[in-house]
Design a protein around this ligand. Structure first.
Ligand SMILES: [Cu+2]
Length: 165
């Protein structure tokens, strides 16, 4: 009986002391909408979240069409309550454009993500810049490390073969 009571009390303490799971802010709508097909190029893109965001560290970029690393957002992203937005230049060729966002949630956690829309016809605009290429993890540090290790092993083996001289 006592041990059962102890288990119940321990479980209760665990539940009560567990930090409340704070939910990140989540996007509830995009403009242009996710997967939308637009004939007329928008001059601003925005994302509405489920709650007011924390200012600082926000970003919203528009690249495309397709894999073309052209950037179309002209200014820095701004936050108004639950809305993240940025002005964009006159878009270029027809195709899929990608919005990438980064915000600080109301609970302080950083949230990132993306959304795409399709421009159905060429809008004739010129990109603002070339988007920063999204490189993966650089390989060269690993290659350099492997070479160093290899050299050490060879030197060690040679020394050993010569009897430590
Ligand atoms: Cu969070």
């Amino acid at each position: 009986m006592r041990s059962a009571l102890a288990v119940v009390v321990a479980a209760l303490l665990c539940v009560l002391s567990a930090p409340t799971a704070q939910a990140h802010s989540i996007p509830v709508s995009f403009s242009p909408a996710k997967g939308a097909k637009v004939d007329l190029p928008p001059h601003q893109v925005s994302i509405t979240f489920n709650e007011g965001l924390t200012e600082g560290g926000e970003a919203l970029t528009v690249t495309g069409p397709g894999a073309v690393a052209s950037q179309w957002n002209t200014g820095s992203a701004t936050i108004h309550g639950a809305i993240l937005s940025t002005p964009i230049a006159q878009l270029g060729g027809a195709g899929v454009y990608t919005m990438r966002y980064r915000v600080t949630s109301a609970d302080g956690h950083v949230v990132t993500g993306s959304s795409q829309f399709t421009l159905t016809r060429d809008a004739g605009g010129r990109p603002v810049a070339r988007a920063a290429e999204h490189h993966g993890i650089p390989v060269w540090p690993f290659a350099a490390g492997a070479v160093v290790v290899l050299v050490c092993v060879v030197v060690f083996a040679v020394r050993r073969a010569r009897g430590g001289r």
